[in-house]
Design a protein around this ligand. Structure first.
Ligand code: TXA
Ligand code: MG
Length: 329
């Protein structure tokens, strides 16, 4: 657990926007209003800031986050739009709609934010405070709802404070959020599919698409804090190379995913070794998790030996992801 922070609350004026941007640049956590609910923002390109965000929310698993941007032009740097995604973005952005799209090759969003997936959730909010912060920051901001894991989404600054006081840096108070429920999430990875009903009604979407939205297979609608079920279109990232967990020694030619100052016995013979955090810092480890797994997977070793990782704090989510990645497929 990191040391408690002093959580400042500022009325949403120009000074607060400047403060929010400075804080985001420094890797801080800033809650701000969108038209749907308050979001807990972090720099989407900063893996460590995102790891802190998961810790602040107390998420038991790394659920992928929505990248917020100021406009469609900025969204194009992150995601590829097919013809129907274009239609939806033109019709409903800025607004309470999130699109899940294929990531661009050069997408600058940290792997942790997308939980290692090849798709990314993108949204252009229309709330003036969110817009001002996004425009001034000039980079994507990831923002899950600004509540503790398992609690309901906040629609007032006071809700955010009650849930996250001492865990985040700043709350920009812009009054009650007008929509009050989260954004509607549509995946455009093929047939447009309704992943989460929300602030934008289904019939408005179907009217502009001129066809009904596909339903996700039963039981796999993303839940706020539930990890996305395997087999879903947004199935969790899994390396092709089998993982061997709790490894205390390394066999010759294995890839090694290390943790801590002292690497497992036999590491000299590893084909490749990467350390999640030499100083045993779980926030740093979370920030490195998906990119290290990808790099080790690409090395073509027979197995990836993963050293034991503590289960406290973010360790729970790290171990959850590793267990999924190691599950037989
Ligand atoms: O209205 C909203 O959408 C608010 C405001 C702050 O923008 N944000 C919000 O974020 O509700 P969050 O993290 O509480 O919910 C995001 C949902 C999660 O259920 C997550 O699983 C899903 O979006 N999601 C994110 N990326 C995804 C992806 N690549 N594929 C499928 N689902 C994804
Ligand atoms: Mg939420």
């Amino acid at each position: 657990m990191t040391a408690p922070l002093v959580t400042r609350v500022s009325r949403a004026d120009a000074a607060a926007v400047g403060d929010a941007v400075r804080c985001l640049k420094a890797g801080g956590l800033v809650a701000f209003p969108t038209e749907t609910v308050y979001g807990l923002g972090a720099n989407a390109t900063d893996g460590r800031a995102i790891a802190r965000l998961y810790e602040a929310k107390g998420r038991p698993a790394f659920n992928p986050l929505i990248a917020h941007v100021a406009d469609l032009a900025a969204a194009r740097a992150l995601a590829r739009f097919d013809a129907e995604a274009e239609i939806l973005a033109e019709a409903f952005w800025p607004g309470p709609l999130t699109l899940v799209l294929p990531k661009t090759a050069g997408c600058p969003v940290a792997e942790l934010a997308t939980a290692g997936l090849d798709s990314i959730a993108v949204r252009v909010p229309h709330h003036p405070v969110a817009q001002k912060i996004l425009a001034a920051f000039g980079r994507p901001i990831v923002a899950p709802s600004a509540n503790r894991s398992g609690h309901v989404s906040p629609t007032m600054a006071a809700h955010v404070l009650a849930d996250l006081r001492g865990r985040i840096d700043l709350i920009v108070d812009g009054g009650s959020t007008p929509v009050g429920v989260e954004s509607t999430i549509i995946a455009c990875l093929g047939e447009p599919m309704l992943l989460r009903p929300g602030g934008l009604p289904r019939d408005a979407i179907e009217r502009v698409l001129k066809r009904p939205l596909a339903e996700p297979p039963a039981g796999i609608v993303p839940e706020d804090d539930a990890p996305i079920a395997p087999g879903m279109l947004a199935s969790h990232y899994a390396p092709r190379t089998p993982l061997r967990l709790e490894a205390r020694h390394v066999a010759a030619g294995e890839a090694l995913l290390g943790f801590g100052a002292k690497l497992a016995a036999g590491n000299e013979g590893a084909a490749i070794a990467l350390n999640l955090s030499e100083r045993g810092d779980l926030i740093e480890a979370a920030a490195n998790l998906f990119s290290h797994l990808r790099a080790l997977d690409a090395a073509g070793a027979k197995t990836i030996a993963v050293m034991p990782i503590p289960h406290d704090g973010l360790g729970e989510a790290i171990n959850d992801r590793l267990a999924r990645a190691a599950a037989p497929r």
